[in-house]
Design a binder for this molecule. Structure first.
Ligand SMILES: [Zn+2]
Length: 445
């Protein structure tokens, strides 16, 4: 005890958070536990029992900077437990409970009201914090410049070919750099730890990024997170390329994997092709690009151009192709490899060399014919693929079987889809009208 009065009088909320620890403070603030037996002063100690049967004894150091608690339920190694913190909280500031204890009053009644006071304090603080979070993006947001590159690798993997690098199943890494607008110095994630202070577009870009474990001044996003980050960067429109030399170069064209025979006829190689109706196709080597699979798959080329991957591409197959883009073929096995490849990659969004290149029978492009028969209100249709060797009905499921070389199965499938019954019925409406009109004209004549 000092001449400044009882130590209870120096309890304040803002010092309690430090004395009890932030976590205990938050837990105490959220607690609705009441008193089974209200606080009492026993010499220099404060004693109380809570509803959950915890009996606490709280003391204060001579310099009034530290609180010590003893609790029948918690084994706290340092400072007061949640119960001790709760007790101190109910007596911090000029609360009715403190007034009653120190200056005589109905302690029991004041203690009964304590949980409710704690609750309103909690609401008030939550409100303040939430409101700050809501207001921060609009007011006083920090203007930053963000740059990104998938080719900035941590030291430990530098110089390794990409095929080996992807041995990690987390996927490729995107490095992201942040600096204050107009400044050269890069900021570490720690220096810009509060996302609430970024502009919303910047925040979206940095949402999936993490601290760089290698301690460099960059953020990182891996795998699917990286793909989501790239999509946010495309929407942002103002993200820089590495070294802040110009903006990221997003293109409208899509890319898809292409499988073809290598120049010396002993390998089958996978690469990417850019699909452009005007410029034709361009090839991108797997080793000259980084593929990000995810809900928005992207291919980031070493030249800095970034393409969307075509929507029908099987991403798992693409990942396999990128992991091992070159397949050595033993002598005499090219035809067999080609036949198996054709079966395996069909319908998975991969472009493949012509079958002749693998020594397979060339594919004959058939004519597709839709034959209608029957009465106007009871039509029957037959879709057939007409090859030199004969016709195949495409509505009957059994003819789409494997093993007949030279058939354009992709064309057959597309035709079957194009002429599915729903589609055919739509088209017949106009046909029937023509028939009726012609009939009318015949009658009128
Ligand atoms: Zn306790």
């Amino acid at each position: 005890m000092t001449d400044a009065g009882h130590w209870l009088e120096s309890l304040e909320l803002h010092t309690l958070a430090r004395a009890a620890g932030q976590r205990n403070f938050e837990l105490a603030l959220e607690s609705t536990v009441g008193y089974a037996s209200p606080p009492e002063l026993e010499d220099d100690a404060l004693v109380a029992t809570f509803d959950d049967d915890a009996r606490v004894e709280l003391r204060c150091s001579f310099d009034r900077k530290h609180l010590f608690g003893r609790c029948s339920q918690c084994t706290s190694t340092f400072g007061p437990c949640v119960h001790g913190t709760m007790l101190a909280m109910d007596l911090s500031g000029p609360t009715p409970l403190r007034e009653a204890l120190l200056h005589g009053g109905d302690v029991r009644e004041a203690a009964a009201e304590a949980p409710e006071l704690r609750q309103s304090l909690h609401r008030e603080r939550t409100f303040e914090r939430s409101l700050r979070g809501w207001l921060a993006p609009a007011a006083g947001a920090v203007a930053v410049e963000i740059a990104a590159s998938p080719f900035e690798e941590p030291k430990r993997t530098e110089g390794r070919p990409y095929g080996e690098r992807t041995s990690s199943n987390l996927g490729p890494t995107l490095s992201i750099f942040v600096r204050l607008a107009g400044e050269r110095k890069l900021l570490s994630p720690r220096e810009l730890s509060s996302l609430a202070h970024f502009r919303s577009g910047d925040r979206r870009v940095l949402r999936y990024a993490h601290d760089n474990l290698f301690g460099r001044k960059s953020w990182q996003a891996r795998g699917v997170d990286a793909a989501l980050t790239i999509e946010a960067m495309r929407e942002h429109g103002g993200i820089f390329a590495t070294g802040y030399k110009g903006l990221l170069d997003f293109r409208r064209q899509t890319v898809r994997p292409r499988i073809e025979i290598g120049p010396d006829q002993t390998t089958i190689e996978a690469s990417w092709v850019v699909e452009d109706t005007i410029l034709g196709t361009a090839r991108i080597l797997a080793s000259e690009s980084v593929f990000f699979a995810g809900p928005f798959p992207y291919l980031w080329t070493r030249s800095g151009v970034i393409y969307r991957v075509a929507a029908d591409v099987d991403l798992e197959l693409a990942e396999e192709l990128v992991r091992a883009p070159t397949l050595p073929i033993p002598p005499g096995k090219m035809k067999d490899a080609g036949a198996r490849l054709f079966r395996a990659v069909r319908g998975r969004g991969v472009e493949l060399s012509a079958p002749e290149a693998f020594g397979l029978t060339p594919i004959e492009t058939p004519r597709f014919v839709l034959r209608l028969s029957g009465e106007p209100l009871s039509l029957e249709g037959q879709l057939v693929a007409v090859y030199r060797a004969g016709e195949l009905s495409l509505f009957a499921g059994d003819v789409l079987r494997e093993g007949e070389d030279g058939r354009d199965r992709e064309g057959e499938t597309q035709a079957a889809v194009r002429h599915s019954w729903i589609h055919v019925a739509e088209q017949l409406e106009s046909v029937l009208e023509t028939v009726t009109l012609r009939g009318n004209r015949v009658i009128a004549a």
